[in-house]
Design a protein around this ligand. Structure first.
Ligand SMILES: [Fe+2]
Length: 228
């Protein structure tokens, strides 16, 4: 989907003038327009590769654990087994497939499209199995964020404060600006540094696309069709 199509009710000029880096917005959709971006079937395939043979087949996996901690497949010295991960999933952990833009053509093309306006970036896929799953606490991200809500329902909380570099932040100081529910096909833009969090209302898949600000010609190139 082109950037213009994605943010159509806002418009490109209006985006740069009134929203970019300053103001979040939600674009509701009357259809699940992101349904081809990632499916539960693809999630199932991805997780079932875990620990098959000696090769690392799920290098992108991160987990928000039921106790609030985080497991990073790549960095944590003790790797979790597929059984352990499955148990965590059923107990309400959220799974994040980071740097996932190569997992299918839709994700790749969407990143390439954003990179006409931003520097090189990535997509992260957030999946939860249930209502009230464990998710990240209030935080701010260091880049602009475009959130595609793909499956299920989720409640977002946007806070007034923006993270200022080098300033300590205490979550209890946050001032809630707005809370709203996203359905399948809805888009949320959060400017760089604005505090936010979510609450899952059902099993869900959300995708965040985020990019460096350093706009230059993307080296991503086209998605090639390798099928013979
Ligand atoms: Fe975030």
């Amino acid at each position: 989907m082109t950037f213009e199509e994605l943010i159509a009710p806002v418009g490109i000029d209006n985006f740069y003038k009134n929203y970019k880096g300053k103001q979040y917005f939600v674009i509701k959709s009357d259809r699940p327009r992101f349904k081809n971006y990632f499916s539960w079937h693809e999630f199932d395939n991805y997780l079932n590769q875990h620990k098959l043979g000696a090769w690392d087949r799920t290098p992108q996996l991160q987990v928000v654990l039921p106790d609030g901690g985080k497991y990073c497949k790549k960095k944590d010295p003790v790797k979790k087994s597929r059984d352990e991960l499955y148990k965590l999933w059923k107990e309400g952990a959220s799974f994040i497939l980071t740097l996932s833009e190569f997992l299918n053509k839709e994700l790749w093309n969407q990143c390439a499209e954003f990179e006409k306006h931003y520097g090189v970036g990535q997509s992260n896929i957030y999946c939860s199995s249930q209502k009230d799953a464990k998710v990240f606490p209030i935080h701010a991200d260091s880049t602009d964020n475009f959130l595609f809500h793909v499956r299920g329902k989720i409640r977002w909380f946007i806070y007034k404060e923006f993270h200022k570099h080098g300033t300590p932040y205490r979550p209890k100081d946050s001032t809630l600006l707005e809370s709203f529910v996203l359905d399948e096909g809805d888009l949320l833009y959060i400017p760089k540094g604005q505090f936010h969090r979510v609450e899952t209302l059902s099993p869900r898949i959300s995708i965040s696309f985020h990019f460096t600000e350093n706009k230059y010609k993307s080296s991503r190139g086209d998605w090639y069709d390798w099928k013979p």
